[in-house]
Design a protein around this ligand. Structure first.
Ligand SMILES: C[S@@+](CC[C@H](N)C(=O)[O-])C[C@H]1O[C@@H](n2cnc3c(N)ncnc32)[C@H](O)[C@@H]1O
Length: 453
């Protein structure tokens, strides 16, 4: 049976101020042409991580060019004076995340792109909106990848210095403000998922000379703590809370798993790591295996406001830089208290709102204000207390954090850092550091004991 699927596609025709040659040259340097024969050899090696690494290395801005077709000589033969060049741009690793749901997506992956002159001398870049093509498969998982491609295309157009169509900006807003049962999942996915965290980290580790077959937990220390002051903050909090090898520890909102690995390695205990971002959970599992901590650490995709664990399971609950994404803070600490034994400890490292002035976005936990849910320090403390905890330490570390972050920003970025997997990290870190320095944001280190009921 033949199916006919009518669907609506947004074709962007972006007017530019460039010359044809300049635009073409910039596009080709931002979207390098991949050596298809070489890629084929890598694929035929059967080593998926090598393929991911190869793709990441050749797609500095998420896309590579698989094919170029220059129709100009043929058109000139007939007397046309305008020039055009067409490309097929995409990313084989991202394409697979749609292919797994429907191989038919290959009709539109890679994306056809054209740069051309018109008769009046204007130069245009034209491409279809990825999500409008991929939505035609009527599979939300494919549509979601299409939306992620929209955001990546927007980033590429920004780098090219050409106008970004409103529809691409709207995709991010829709992802960030979508309503309904899966609103939180979608928002967090839009904020944190790139589809590339594992391959970008792998590439950074290899570039830094690490041997992935003999990786030690300490090798990851510079890139795995996704919070203010990085490893310094994690180690201080572990000192403060006191963890033994007998403890069962939960890391609530574990990101790519840096805190869980640090605790498991340093304290010799078992750790359960939960996070809402599926991609981060997968990257965490892979890193745990690489450093040989996968037997000590269990990773689960879960929401910190509805934890999938029995009452009184853990002696310690850690949570660093997660509640800023959660509006209903009481549910975070109520759940932490429920899964903790009486006398257990909650360890927190969190951003709260300070005084004066609007915040500048993006911030490390929120590209836009809609995803940032900040409370005042006293309010957060009261919420923790009313959830069944007695505060033992409540330290405002804003000054120290601002000073350390300022120093870090003056250093040239190394190969290993959060920029390896967090998009626009330099800008996010600068906005955070400025706000910590002038007091619009504050950072709190807290330890609280679960009151015995
Ligand atoms: C800034 S990162 C911090 C990650 C980690 N705690 C660390 O310090 O490296 C925030 C993390 O919180 C997770 N997150 C946000 N809301 C969540 C929720 N309701 N349940 C579970 N994880 C959540 C995000 O997926 C993201 O990985």
């Amino acid at each position: 049976m033949t199916k006919t699927i009518p669907h609506l596609v947004n074709r962007f025709v972006i007017d530019t101020d460039d010359t044809f040659d300049d635009l073409r040259q910039r596009f080709e340097s931002l979207v390098p042409t991949i050596d298809f024969a070489e890629l084929t050899v890598v694929i035929e090696s059967g080593d998926l991580s090598r393929v991911r690494q190869y793709t990441a290395e050749h797609a500095p801005n998420s896309f590579v060019n698989f094919w170029t077709f220059d129709p100009t000589p043929m058109m000139a033969l007939v007397g046309h004076r305008t020039r055009a060049i067409t490309y097929m741009v995409g990313n084989n690793v991202i394409a697979e995340t749609m292919f797994r749901h429907d191989p038919g997506v290959m009709l539109y992956a890679p994306l056809r792109t054209a740069i051309y002159e018109d008769n009046a001398g204007g130069v245009h870049l034209s491409i279809d909106q990825p999500s409008s093509r991929f939505a035609s498969f009527a599979d939300p998982r494919i549509t979601e990848v299409g939306s992620v491609l929209d955001t990546k295309l927007a980033a590429l157009l920004r780098l090219l210095g050409v106008p970004v169509p409103l529809e691409l900006e709207e995709t991010r807003r829709d992802l960030t403000h979508s309503k309904g049962a899966d609103m939180k999942d979608t928002q967090i996915h839009a904020q944190y998922s790139t589809g590339l965290s594992r391959q970008n980290i792998e590439q950074a580790l290899i570039a830094a000379g690490k041997d992935l077959d003999h990786l030690q937990p300490a090798d990851l220390g510079l890139l795995e703590d996704f919070h203010t002051m990085g490893r310094i903050a994690t180690s201080e909090l572990v000192d403060l809370v006191g963890i033994t090898s007998e403890h069962e520890v939960l890391d609530a909102g574990s990101g790519i798993g840096g805190t869980a690995r640090y605790i498991a390695d340093r304290c010799g205990c078992t750790v359960t790591a939960v996070d809402l971002t599926q991609e981060y959970c997968e990257t965490a599992c892979w890193l745990n295996r690489l450093v040989g901590l996968d037997k000590q650490i269990t990773v689960r995709r879960a929401d910190v406001t509805a934890l999938p664990f029995a009452d009184a399971t853990f002696q310690v609950v850690f949570s660093q830089h997660v509640q800023m994404n959660v509006a209903d803070k009481a549910s975070v600490y109520r759940e932490a208290r429920r899964v903790m034994v009486g006398g257990g400890r909650l360890a927190m490292w969190d951003i709260v709102s300070g005084e004066g002035g609007e915040l500048d976005f993006p911030l490390p936990w929120a590209d836009e204000p809609g995803l940032s849910h900040l409370a005042k320090s006293e309010r957060l403390r009261a919420t923790v207390e009313s959830s069944g905890f007695a505060i033992e330490h409540w330290n405002d570390r804003t000054e120290q954090a601002g000073a350390i972050m300022q120093t870090v920003l003056t250093l040239p970025p190394g190969l290993l850092g959060l920029h390896a997997f967090v998009p626009d990290f330099a800008e996010k870190a600068k906005n955070l550091t400025n706000a910590l320095t002038d007091g619009r944001l504050r950072v709190i280190q807290g330890v609280a004991e679960a009151i015995v009921r």
